[in-house]
Write a protein that binds this ligand. Structure first.
Ligand code: FE2
Ligand code: FE2
Length: 177
C-alpha cells in the first residue's frame, strides 16, 4: 500500500503545480498524466486491494462499495476533463472538482482503510498484494504507452473527447486478467 500512497501524493503534487501554471500545453500534458496515472491506480486497487478489504475488514463490503463509487465519480470527472480545452474556463472548474473528490477519497484510504488492512491482513498476503500492485505498474507503464498520451501532441492529433479514460481502463483490465 506504500506505493499506492506515494501515487496519491504524486497526483496531488501535479494538481498543485497546475494551479500555478497558465501554459495550456503544460496543463494538457499534466492533465493527461493525471488521467492515465489515476485510471491505472484505480484499476490496480480494484483488482488487488479492494478484494482484500472485503475479505479482512469487518465493514469491508461497505468500504469497497463506497470507494468504488468514488472511483466512478473520479472517472466521470476525468472524462469531462479529457474533453475540454486546457484554456477553457471549465478546465479549472473540473480540475477543482477532481481535486476535491480525490482528496476526500485519499483521506479515507490513508487514514482508515489502508491502516486497518495493514493491521489485519496476514503478512504473506500483504507481500503478495504489494507484488501484484508493483507488477500492474510495470505491465501498464503510463509513459510512454500507445494508449497514454504524454503530451499535447496527442490531443492535437486525435482531438478531445476520444474516450481516453474508458480505453485505458479496458486495456488495463484486460491486461491484468
Ligand atoms: Fe488510492
Ligand atoms: Fe481508491
Amino acid at each position: 500500500m506504500d506505493i499506492l500512497t506515494t501515487e496519491h501524493h504524486e497526483v496531488l503534487e501535479l494538481i498543485d503545480e497546475m494551479k500555478v501554471t497558465t501554459d495550456p500545453g503544460t496543463l494538457r500534458d499534466h492533465a493527461d498524466t493525471i488521467i492515465s496515472e489515476l485510471v491505472r491506480h484505480s484499476v490496480a486497487e480494484e483488482m488487488f486491494v479492494y478484494p482484500a478489504m472485503r475479505k479482512h475488514l469487518p465493514d469491508g463490503d461497505e468500504a469497497v462499495e463506497h470507494d468504488t463509487q468514488e472511483h466512478k465519480e473520479l472517472e466521470t470527472t476525468m472524462k469531462k476533463l479529457e474533453a475540454v480545452d486546457a484554456d477553457a474556463p471549465e478546465f479549472r472548474q473540473l480540475l477543482g472538482q477532481l481535486e476535491s473528490i480525490l482528496r476526500d477519497h485519499i483521506t479515507d484510504e490513508e487514514t482508515e482503510q489502508f491502516p486497518e488492512l495493514r493491521a489485519r491482513i496476514p503478512r504473506h498476503e500483504l507481500v503478495e498484494m504489494a507484488t501484484k500492485v508493483e507488477l500492474a505498474k510495470k505491465v501498464a507503464p503510463t509513459r510512454p504507452h500507445p494508449l497514454a498520451p504524454n503530451n499535447q501532441v496527442f490531443h492535437k492529433l486525435v482531438g478531445p473527447g476520444v474516450g481516453l479514460v474508458d480505453r485505458l481502463r479496458d486495456a488495463l483490465t484486460q491486461r491484468n486478467t
